[in-house]
Ligand binder design. Sequence first.
Ligand SMILES: [Zn+2]
Length: 134
Amino acid sequence: MIRARSMVDLKVDQDGKLLLKDFTNDEFTCECGCGLGICDRLKTFAQRLRDQFGWPLVISSGVRCPTVNAAVGGVPDSCHLIGHAFDCYFPGQMNEAVINQMADDAISQEIGVIRYPNQLFCHFQFPPRNQIID
Ligand SMILES: [Zn+2]
């Protein structure tokens, strides 16, 4: 059986930051420009989703420093604050079945998921959890 790690080609840049085939590091860092970045395991999982579904994946929210987290209404102990969460969606492809497939894949990788079937996106994080928010 092929495991996730071997499906994703791992490369690093000069600074040792993980480089992905279909994403730049900017897509995961805090939108205010403070430079906070996400953990490599979640970046790798984003690439895994991209590869498995074959559609462009939009990272709608990656890391959030406290200022940005407060501005977007994130909970005070959000995993986004420490680079242990990202929100994402496949433009034009999201429905309950796709969301459930994304969630199943996360669970298989011991990654936490919160499904938002009405807002048509998924939140992935550490530590593992499995939740649906209407
Ligand atoms: Zn910031």
